[in-house]
Ligand binder design. Sequence first.
Ligand code: DHB
Ligand code: FE
Length: 284
Amino acid sequence: MTTMKQSPTASDAGSSATASFRAGSAAAFGEAQTSTERVNTVVRAVLDAVHAVIRDHQVTYPEFQAAKRWLMDLGEGGEWPLFLDVFVEHVVEEVAARSQQGTPGTILGPYYLPDQKRLPAVAALPARPDEPGSTWVLSGQVRDVDGNPVAGAELDVWQNSADGFYSGFAPHLPDGNLRGVIVTGDDGRFEITTILPVPYQVPTDGPTGELIAAAGWHPWRPAHLHLLVRASEHRTITTQLYFSGGRYVDDDVAHATKAELILDPEKLPDGTYRSEYDFVLERD
Ligand code: DHB
Ligand code: FE
């Protein structure tokens, strides 16, 4: 008899992303105490923009009702983090990046989980014994903006497995799979052995997928490795690395790629891939 693998659904991913946001990432990444004046300014501008769309495009009552129903479904499915991180976060990051130095950042996305296994500077990410995928070794150095190596810097990394899912958000993957916190040595260097991530598809069976299909868009992000790179007295970088020539690198549904973050891994005769990438941190 064959056992069926449980198939991950949008509601697994969506509700876990909502729970994980409520449990910590909101606080960890700062949630503003906003003044009345700021709420008035920003929320007024959001409403004005919505009103302008309704006028300009002569939005009808049936369309308004469809939008209301869809927004209710989005909340009930727990998909607000998925939706906002795919369609909105990249502009928040673009604004933040205007005042930042060092390695460019990009979106956090909904699938970060804190408190993963701490690993030495040269390490393999936790993986299943038969983890499918192509072996990939990412090495490099963490430096400050003056070029000094940063010892004890943490690279908190996470990625999807070869079937496109993130551990912690899909029931068939063990907790902590392809996640870990690599700590640099005295020379600031690191070497992470993992597998190549694969393109990611926004879950198509929930309200975000329903919208993407209804609008005739595609639901894909290019393959990417997520990283938070942090060290004491330095600003934490939230970023992702991509692969040149990979599908959707130039057509990311989340608009989160940047030229400086695209790698061109070397394929070795034994079939494994290697990349070098250095990170530059600015002082707090
Ligand atoms: C989403 C998923 C990701 O893996 C990511 O990096 C960004 C956004 C999402 O489904 O919202
Ligand atoms: Fe991702």
